[in-house]
Design a protein around this ligand. Structure first.
Ligand SMILES: O=C(O)CCC(=O)C(=O)O
Ligand SMILES: [Fe+2]
Length: 275
């Protein structure tokens, strides 16, 4: 009996065919893959603080067991001796002036184009503070999110905006961006994140803090939804934009996300992140 013949070279897939099939399969998968994640972090207006002002320390184990929350967020800015501190959410009507002071302290925000920071209000109309000009005690690491703090952004209504863009990576280890939206009332200003024909819209103004800037602890405790931080993270290749603000002020902290030792994901040497 004749032996079964081996596939001839005419019918056997070539290396090129295999690679093309592999590429097609990967592309299909990457279309289905998660490209962004998001979360909401309730603000505990009466947190249990350590003497140094931190939340009660957590072990890794506890982080997985607990519902995470954050203490109110403080932002400090201004020259030595003339510094100001704003706590969000506002808990007293007299603090509304401080929010206005912070907005006034911001400079017109630039955007990165061709490796340069460009000031173009038709592309981005918003205020910003550089990391050297403010401090915050919001700690994404403590809150279960990973970070390198990059900027405070303020968009005011009506009309401030950031047109579609991809963030300029600070170095080769940057894998994404994290946007944290602070508890101040606004409408419009949806953050739209896009990847390979998919789109996620974060309408944080609609759900932000019952549309009130000032929330007394008692009212917050009684409310069905306590004031909260909203956040989202996405990979560096995602285009995103902030749609025009309608009303109020939208304050965000943006962070660059870097690969670090120990994730097992990096095949190249990791240098210090540039902020
Ligand atoms: O404020 C936001 O939601 C996004 C800001 C942003 O995209 C950026 O600073 O690159
Ligand atoms: Fe961006």
């Amino acid at each position: 009996m004749a032996a079964a013949s081996a596939p001839t070279s005419a019918t056997a897939p070539t290396e090129h065919d295999c690679l093309a099939g592999f590429e097609e399969a990967l592309q299909k998968e990457s279309r289905k893959a998660t490209f962004t994640c998001a979360g909401r972090l309730p603000i505990n207006l009466n947190p249990n603080l350590t003497p140094s002002g931190d939340l009660t320390p957590r072990t890794d184990l506890k982080v997985h067991e607990q519902t995470l929350s954050t203490k109110p967020i403080r932002i400090r800015w201004g020259a030595n001796g003339a510094g100001k501190t704003l706590s969000l959410p506002l808990q007293d009507p007299s603090d509304e002036g401080l929010l206005q002071d912070l907005i006034a302290a911001c400079h017109p925000a630039t955007s990165g184009r061709g490796g340069q920071d460009i000031l173009d209000p038709t592309y981005r109309r918003a205020g910003a503070l550089r990391p050297a000009d403010f401090m915050t005690d919001f700690c994404p690491y403590e809150s279960g999110i990973l970070d390198i703090l990059y900027k405070l952004n303020v968009y005011s209504g009506p009309g401030e905006v950031f047109r579609p863009h991809v963030d300029t990576p600070r170095n080769a280890t940057q894998i994404g961006s994290l946007v944290v939206c602070l508890p101040v009332a606004f409408s419009g200003g949806e953050l739209v994140v896009r990847h390979q024909g998919q789109e996620i819209i974060h309408d944080w103004g609609r759900i932000n803090n019952n549309n009130a800037n000032i929330i007394a602890p008692a009212a917050a405790a009684a409310a069905a939804e306590p004031p909260a931080i909203n956040w989202t993270a996405f990979y560096s290749d995602c285009a995103h934009e902030v749609l025009p603000l309608h009303t109020g002020h939208r304050l965000t902290l943006t962070y660059n996300l870097f690969l670090s030792h120990g994730t097992g994901l990096s095949t190249f040497p990791i240098s210090s992140p540039i902020v």
